[in-house]
Design a protein around this ligand. Structure first.
Ligand code: KIV
Ligand code: ZN
Length: 457
């Protein structure tokens, strides 16, 4: 008998915290398109924006709230009346609205940013939650910079907001400072000490400044958090947020360690990642786990040979399980004869052993020079190696092109797009299949003043 697996609420903040990444701002139409995709992806909560930040953000939240009906739609607000009213104005027609109120609680934020005392902070947080609750049943509270807040004081604030009506307590590691064991302990402490905690959902919101956002989020879940806040491709403020796809797939690939389930539809992951990248013009880092174009690519000969014999040798999940159509054998200087032979077959050529050896020798010399041997290089090499005047006259048997051969035909391989002048590109502007992403004009996304507004408080 298998044990019941706890259900984790996936709170996607790509459209809010994610949008705060440099170069990732989106207009209303783009946000709406992505919100529909997040709905198909099966997330439970879409944080659609920060309505008071700008009229554009307000309109986006309102539009999403009125047409995306399955998930909860959340809007962010500082702990003050005008923000909460504006958030509610944008959310009121949602099928499932949520007001998300935040207020910093660490001494460093109280002293230097907010200039209020600890007592004033408790009062402001509970007043804000009480007001939000008078408008909306579903209210989330986030003590910003929680991981640098004195834990005793943090528990005091949390207890006050639970008494005021908060239904979700989100614990943000705002500056990406914590580490998994410490964050797990903090969640345990909160769950033990905060009165009324059993009636609310505890949530984790992790930033990636030390590269531990996903590990921290998973540690929080192991300690009893039942909501994770995350973004597609891990985009977000500075080094980003915990990546949705990494959290979800860690749970799917390692149920022995993470016996939890989510409502995420695995085969929509890749499409969501590609859509975000296409909309923002920010490419996915090639070696990004799950969604990077190399995540399922095998170049070393030993790896290619193994994967061709049985994918389980080097793949812990199938590309199909995250919506990537097929793994891609990258032909480079480390590739072996086996992979080369398969690719030749996919291009419509079958060789006997001697002929393949000839091709292989020339292929290795070429790969040394140009790193990645594309299909058109290979076709040229085949033609060159076996032209009638050549010394070797091996059997070259043309076979009926397979589907893969058609896909890989050189005429179908577009030239990679030129790198546009953007502040944040990390690789060629192509998707996982080498298909160029649209190049946005420089004026396409105007930097809003949202960042100043958000963090200048
Ligand atoms: O990182 C953070 O503290 C936030 C809050 C607004 C939840 O994004
Ligand atoms: Zn954040």
């Amino acid at each position: 008998m298998t044990a019941e697996r706890a259900r984790i609420t996936v709170f996607d903040t790509t459209l809010r915290d994610g949008e705060q990444s440099p170069g990732c701002s989106m207009n209303q139409q783009e946000k709406l398109r992505l919100a529909h995709q997040l709905d198909r992806l099966g997330v439970d909560v879409i944080e659609a924006g920060f309505p008071i930040a700008s009229d554009g953000d307000f309109e986006s939240v309102r539009a999403i709230a009125s047409v995306v009906r399955r998930p909860i739609i959340a809007g962010l607000a500082r702990a003050c009346r005008p923000d909460i009213e504006r958030a509610w104005e944008a959310l009121q027609h949602a099928a499932h609205p949520r007001i998300h109120v935040f207020l910093a609680t660490s001494d460093i934020h109280l002293q230097y940013k907010l200039r209020i005392t600890r007592d004033q902070c408790v009062a402001q947080a509970s007043d804000a939650i009480r007001f939000a609750k008078s408008l909306c049943e579903d209210v989330e509270f986030s003590p910003e910079d929680a991981t640098r807040t004195d834990p005793d004081y943090l528990c005091r604030v949390l207890e006050a907001v639970v008494a005021a009506g908060a239904t979700t307590l989100n614990i943000p590691d705002t500056v990406g400072y914590t580490v998994p064991a410490e964050f797990g302990d903090l969640i345990t402490t909160i769950r033990r000490r905060v009165k009324g905690i059993e009636n609310v959902t505890v949530s984790a919101h992790c930033h990636n400044d030390l590269g531990m956002a996903v590990a921290n989020a998973l540690a929080a879940v192991a300690a009893g958090a039942r909501q994770v806040e995350c973004t597609i491709n891990g985009i977000g403020e500075r080094a980003g947020n915990a990546s949705l796809e990494e959290i979800v797939m860690a749970m799917r690939v390692r149920p022995d360690r993470f016996a939890y389930e989510t409502g995420v539809v695995g085969d929509q992951i890749f499409a969501s990642s590609q859509m975000l990248s296409e909309i923002t013009g920010v490419p996915v880092q090639p070696n990004k786990a799950i969604t990077g174009r190399n995540a399922f690519a095998h170049e070393a000969g030993i790896h290619q040979d193994g994967v061709l014999k049985n994918p389980l040798t080097y793949e812990i999940m199938t590309p199909q399980s995250v919506g990537v159509p097929d793994s891609k054998l990258v032909l480079g200087k480390h590739s072996g004869r086996h992979a080369l032979g398969i690719r030749c077959e996919q291009l419509g050529y079958q060789f006997d052993r001697r002929a393949l050896d000839d091709i292989y020798r020339r292929f290795v010399r070429l790969a040394d020079k140009i790193k990645h041997v594309e299909d058109h290089h290979l076709l040229e090499l085949i033609r060159d190696t076996h032209k009638p005047s050549g010394s070797a006259t091996p059997l070259i048997e043309k076979i009926v092109p397979t589907q893969a051969a058609v896909v890989n035909a050189p005429t179908a391989t577009p030239e990679p797009a030129a790198e546009p002048a953007k502040p944040f590109p990390v690789g060629p502007q192509t998707n996982a299949f080498g298909v160029p992403l649209p190049v946005h004009g420089e004026s396409h996304h105007e930097q809003t003043q949202q960042e100043d507004y958000l963090w200048g408080v």
